[in-house]
Design a protein around this ligand. Structure first.
Ligand code: 4AD
Ligand code: MG
Length: 520
């Protein structure tokens, strides 16, 4: 195929911009929806634009590869930029597979031997960065509708043979060791695009329902969950801290004049705001110094915590089920390529499971009934099943995977195994706790109706060896206009694991923090 033959396949009209008023095109041809840019007086053939605009020759606006591949027609002159995934030579051409992370798909670039730097192009290897100017033309190759016939290939940053991401598949364990490069792989690029979409959908879900977004503090003086799994925040000199007369470290001399930690949950602060704005949610990082080296625990993870005034346990369970379904539905709609990749390479049953979860109602059972079912199951569990002890991951998974065969919300747990803030039921034995369990993961949501009665809350604090004087502000919420209220925490990474089928939490966090590991 000669270069001229390739050129014949593209229209002759060009998008040109005058150098003096770079925003005004001299002549334009619109190939796809451009309604959202028309008000700026611009016509642009692609659905979205990148932030950088540059002027190289006639072509000014770099477009994402996603947009290029979605073009409604050929375009005489486009400007794309990205990283070389592969390159191979034909007789008079070099084929470059270019990816810029905007989607899973690569754009094929045809670099012909007439390019002045063709010999440099022929030395391009995987990992190098390039910019390409050329014509977007219908592709004759399989698997792609468009390709770019390059007029100019500029090598921005070379790569070399030591580049660890080669065409052959790599294991997630290997890729974890190169967490700074793994987003360039198909799998991790997809995971992190879905993560971004999922975060957007979280905000959309709450904003559509009249919730206000609350930024709860990251440094806090309270241990919300009472589990003592706190990372301390201090500026005291570790080798010579000030001490009280009894030898204990004197945190009154510390930066905040008290002991402080990284937050394990924004709930207590969210309760204050729900008592004013009615419906709020937090969505931010939380930290737990728990030494659990499992596939679903991280020491730094993101949590979504709605809190609602005038709401009881049932309203809380309704919202938890609704958001899980909503997020699955949203990702199913908006990330089809990524989900297809996961279904092919990560979890063959993924799509069927997601559809099943969206279509069917979730189940609800009390903790007491859950224990009975587990006892009668005849299943050999590593941990004993006993009323009054926490459900282990294996128990949770049996309930959701084997018994209910769908997500299940377990509620009304014994008060002894749940934190101080959960509302005591009339039986005086259980609290209005709820855990939503999903197949493959177990607990994805933990929440409760909160104890809104001042005296009952104070008694609960004492039972948990807490001094009510340390939580004066929290108790004030019960002194002034207390209302029934409820909320929960949805683990963002666990949600992402569920929608992607990725089985290790380390693989859905950009740079995971787990025991013994905080590289990068
Ligand atoms: O059940 P948890 O501990 O609940 C709370 O922190 C409440 N204060 C939330 C609230 O009511 N506002 O945590 C909530 C969820 C869990 O169900 C799980 O999905 C996730 O947070 N989670 C973790 N995710 C990853 N790594 C960990 N170490 C996690 N611990 C909890
Ligand atoms: Mg929990």
């Amino acid at each position: 195929m000669s270069r001229n033959a390739l050129k014949l396949r593209v229209p002759t009209r060009r998008i040109t911009f005058s150098p003096s008023s770079a925003k005004k095109p001299k002549e334009t041809k619109t190939y796809a929806s451009n309604d959202h840019v028309r008000d700026r007086g611009e016509a642009f053939p692609f659905p979205c634009r990148m932030a950088i605009t540059r002027q190289i020759g006639d072509v000014l606006v770099p477009i994402s590869i996603k947009d290029a591949l979605a073009s409604a027609g050929p375009v005489a002159s486009v400007f794309v930029q990205g990283w070389v995934r592969t390159r191979r030579d034909a007789k008079d051409f070099s084929f470059i597979e270019l990816n810029d992370g905007s989607s899973l798909r690569n754009l094929q670039i045809i670099a012909t031997s007439s390019l002045p730097n063709y010999s440099a192009v022929q030395r391009l290897i995987t990992g190098a960065s390039v910019t390409v100017r050329g014509a977007l033309a219908a592709s004759q190759g399989k698997g792609q509708s468009w390709e770019v016939i390059a007029d100019e290939v500029t090598i921005v940053g070379p790569s070399d043979d030591s580049y660890p991401l080669q065409k052959k598949g790599h294991t997630p364990e290997f890729l974890r060791e190169i967490a700074h490069l793994r987003p360039r792989s198909n799998l991790f690029g997809s995971v992190f695009r879905v993560r971004s979409r999922l975060a957007f959908a979280v905000h959309q879900f709450f904003q559509e329902r009249g919730f206000f977004y609350l930024n709860s503090p990251i440094i806090t003086g309270s241990d919300c969950e009472g589990a003592g799994e706190l990372f301390r925040v201090t500026t005291l000199n570790p080798s010579d801290p000030p001490r009280k007369s009894n030898g204990e470290i004197d945190y009154e001399k510390d930066f905040f004049a008290r002991a402080t930690y990284l937050t394990v949950s924004g709930q207590l602060e969210a309760e204050a705001f729900a008592s004013a704005l009615s419906k709020v949610y937090t969505f931010g990082p939380t930290f737990r110094a728990e030494n659990s080296n499992t596939s679903r625990h991280a020491n730094e993870f993101w949590m979504i915590e709605p809190e609602m005034a005038f709401t009881d346990l049932n309203g809380n369970m309704d919202l938890a089920e609704e958001i899980v379904k909503y997020l699955i539905h949203d990702v199913r709609e908006n990330c089809p390529d990524e989900l297809e990749l996961f279904a092919k390479f990560v979890d063959k049953e993924l799509l069927g499971r997601l559809d099943f979860v969206v279509d069917r109602p979730f189940q609800r059972i009390t903790y007491a009934d859950g224990i009975e079912l587990l006892k009668k199951s005849n299943e050999k569990f590593e941990f004993p099943v006993e009323y009054g002890s926490n459900l282990q991951s294996e128990h949770e998974r049996w309930l959701t995977e084997k018994h209910c065969k769908c997500p299940v919300t377990v509620f009304n747990y014994p008060k002894e195994i749940k934190p101080f803030y959960m509302r005591l039921n009339d039986d005086n034995r259980t609290v209005t706790a709820m855990d939503l369990l999903v197949p493959g993961i177990g607990e994805i949501v933990g929440g409760s109706q909160r104890e809104e009665r001042l005296s009952v809350l104070e008694a609960s604090m004492r039972r948990h060896q807490m001094d009510p004087n340390d939580y004066k502000w929290y108790l004030d919420l019960r002194r002034y206009g207390t209302v029934p209220h409820a909320g929960f925490g949805l683990g963002f990474e666990r949600m992402l694991m569920f929608v992607s089928g990725v089985s290790n939490i380390r693989d859905v966090i950009p740079f995971a923090r787990t025991p013994g590991s905080a590289e990068f």
